[in-house]
Design a protein around this ligand. Structure first.
Ligand SMILES: [Zn+2]
Ligand SMILES: [Zn+2]
Length: 352
């Protein structure tokens, strides 16, 4: 490897993470070079690793924080400066795409293309790298009070904030979260911050249930040994919760989320399931379910998410269970797949 190149970890196939050489990132117009401090391993990355399905290389490694090492001198219209600590976000709505033109800026196609790595300006690789050249309009400055490890988990906090905001949850409503992975545990906290009343977490792994309890869950259910509907209905004194978030990303729990909500309640699909789900349409109809699905986030969600972490209403440190270097990633993926006691593994490209 020369100094003109960097080593980047990519998910290259089923159960395969490999280090590949890329040209050292350059600060082109509208882009900054960011030296990565930490990049979190997301469920999406794990899905790519386990499925072997081809993923856009800029998607794996989309939860990072770092500092601006270089930018083009002509780029002085942005708020970002060299040396700033920054995290990955999305641009503001473009105003020009068909969605923006019909007045639906929250579904801006340019923003979504950026968030999914499909924008022509996307980086050639993700944040499992010592540095990355990244669109300036997708960076935001990290609050000084946050540690780098807290800041590396801001992106998944924003996913949770977006999902909760889309439900229109009301003060005091009872909430069930299915799945105690990082997104479930963050959604639980975001729902609480939004005013949720009674909070239930359904999660088979004991360590994750304990985390849920420490983060505010009132009722913990092990779906392997307990009947979730019976336990929830007994606790609430009514048939079904007001709001159910599906954060497990399992095909079967799509129907479970409707089974656990009250008639007229809200269901939010947050986890991305593999393959098709079997649903009972009559149950959905009879319950007059208000369904929202949620993917990624909007520019405004990042500021809200960071504010909630800064003031302590959303805890991220407790989710951070391990740190590895780029060479430790293969093992980290295997561990995440087999030991659900791991919650959020951060990759530090500065260590070997
Ligand atoms: Zn993610
Ligand atoms: Zn647009």
């Amino acid at each position: 490897m020369t100094t003109d190149s960097i080593q980047v970890a990519l998910v290259t196939g089923k159960n395969a993470v490999t280090l590949e050489e890329f040209p050292a990132p350059q600060p082109g117009k509208g882009k900054a070079v960011v030296d990565i401090a930490y990049c979190g391993i997301c469920g999406t990355d794990l899905h790519a690793f386990l499925s072997g399905e081809p993923y856009n290389p800029s998607i794996c490694g989309h939860e990072w924080v770092g500092s601006v090492a270089a930018m083009s001198s002509s780029d002085n219209s942005h708020n970002i400066r060299e040396g700033d600590r920054v995290a990955i976000g999305v641009a503001t709505a473009c105003g020009n795409c068909p969605s923006c033109q019909r007045g639906d800026a929250s579904h801006c196609e340019t923003v979504f293309a950026g968030a999914t790595g499909m924008h022509p300006n996307s980086a050639p690789h993700g944040g499992f790298a010592p540095s990355i050249s990244f669109a300036l309009d997708r960076l935001y400055t990290v609050a000084p009070s946050l540690s780098d490890t807290q800041a590396a988990i801001l992106e998944p906090v924003t996913v949770a904030v977006h999902a909760v905001r889309r439900t229109g949850i009301r003060l005091g409503e009872s909430v069930v979260v299915i799945g105690g992975g990082p997104i479930g545990l963050l959604t639980l906290q975001a729902a609480k911050a939004a005013g949720a009343g009674h909070l239930t977490l359904i999660e088979p792994e004991p360590l994750r249930r304990q985390l849920g309890e420490s983060l505010g869950a009132n009722l913990l259910i092990d779906p392997r040994t307990e009947n979730s509907a019976e336990v929830i209905n007994a606790a609430l004194g009514q048939a079904g919760a007001d709001v159910v978030f599906e954060c497990a990303g399992i095909a079967a729990t799509i129907q479970t989320s409707v089974d656990l909500v009250r008639r007229g309640g809200k269901v939010s699909l947050v986890g991305v399931p593999n393959g098709a789900s079997e649903i009972y349409g009559a149950v959905w109809l009879i319950k007059e379910v208000n369904l929202t699905s949620s993917i990624a986030y909007l520019n405004e969600d990042f500021e809200i998410a960071q504010g909630l972490v800064v003031d302590g209403r959303i805890q991220t440190e407790t989710l951070h269970t391990k740190t590895v270097g780029l060479r430790g990633m293969q093992e980290a993926f295997v561990e995440l797949a087999n030991k659900p006691a791991q919650v959020k593994i951060l990759v530090d490209p500065r260590i070997d």
